[in-house]
Design a binder for this molecule. Structure first.
Ligand code: CAA
Length: 285
């Protein structure tokens, strides 16, 4: 069966953008992965190639699927050109409100009137991300989880303006991606980040207070609560800088002391200890 969207454009070829592009291509869509430089876009493609190869080695992806997926993927640096003829544009650029809003304002008039505009923001208010964008009924949050090809959840975030037709169409596509969609109102941190970040921040405060080693705090959640990964290792996986930005945003939006970023976290980010991507976080990678 043909995919709901024959062409999907993913803006931003970082960890999330590459993962999103991969699953859309695996679902049968033709995908353009766009980033501002060819080097960034190529790095995203490299991530996809490596993940597919790992999947093939594990027997999760057939050689045929691997080749077909790669065959449906191309890269582009020009944003407007990348979005030409797309039925769905998914933005996965850094978590900067001004940047995201500027991109959508610029693109709204480039793409067709029925092209769905989606943001992968993990906490920013969608009403602000899409502020002033023409056709607000087609705008929606599509929040994926890292590692995208493996994680089953897709958090769909509706603004007051998102149309029922857009929600229904994207819910259908989520199924094609092999994801389980949940529908959440546009509110700070949605359903996932609000809880997940809170847990991660408290774990860091526990390291600061020398309650236990990072390994043992993580073990408490893995073995005691059956989390697949402890909150500190997960913070390393997501990136301390990414989580710090979310914490600061939620602290301001929710006015809740639980979202106050620990001094240790700020220091680690300032020292470039960003987690897995930098080789050092609470763990050495
Ligand atoms: N291709 C296809 N499948 C793959 C794969 C690949 N390259 N690599 C792994 N898999 C599959 C495995 O085969 C396995 O599937 P089965 O369970 O069916 O056998 C599954 O994925 C898990 O893989 P592994 O067994 O190799 O690895 P693991 O058991 O150590 O799990 C993990 C790794 C999935 C990352 C797990 O530790 C986990 O779920 N951690 C928590 C991740 C999480 O919470 N992510 C959310 C972060 S927050 C976020 O992303 C949002 C945000 O806004 C920042």
């Amino acid at each position: 069966m043909a995919a709901t969207y024959s062409k999907v454009t993913v803006l931003g070829a970082g960890t999330m953008g590459a993962g999103i592009a991969q699953v859309c291509a695996q679902a049968g869509s033709t995908v353009v992965l766009q980033d501002v430089t060819q080097e960034f876009a190529d790095r995203g493609m490299e991530r996809i190639r490596a993940f597919l190869q790992k999947g093939a080695d594990k027997g999760k992806v057939t050689a045929e699927d691997q080749a077909a997926t790669l065959g449906r993927l191309t890269t582009e640096t020009d944003r407007a050109q990348a979005c030409e003829g797309a039925g769905l544009v998914i933005e996965a650029v850094p978590e900067n409100l001004g940047l995201k809003n500027g991109i959508f304002r610029e693109l709204a008039d480039v793409v067709g009137g029925d092209c769905v505009l989606a943001s992968n923001t993990s906490s920013l208010a969608l009403s602000k991300v899409f502020d002033g964008v023409s056709g607000p009924g087609r705008c929606i949050g599509m929040h994926f989880f890292n590692p995208v090809p493996v994680m089953a959840l897709l958090e769909l975030v509706r603004t007051d303006a998102t149309s029922a037709a857009t929600i229904e169409q994207v819910q259908g596509y989520a199924q094609e991606l092999g994801k389980e969609p949940i529908l959440v109102k546009d509110s700070p941190g949605f359903a996932s980040s609000r809880l997940g970040v809170c847990l991660g921040l408290e774990a860091i405060r526990m390291v600061e207070a020398d309650v236990a080693s990072p390994e043992d705090i993580d073990k408490a959640m893995v073995l005691g609560y059956r989390h697949p990964m402890g909150p500190l290792k997960l913070t390393d996986l997501v990136g301390l800088d990414v989580r710090l930005a979310i914490a600061d945003y939620l602290r301001a939006e929710l006015d809740h002391p639980g979202f106050e970023a620990p001094a240790l976290m700020r220091q680690m980010v300032a020292d470039g200890k960003l987690g897995k991507k930098s080789g050092q976080g609470f763990y050495t990678w």
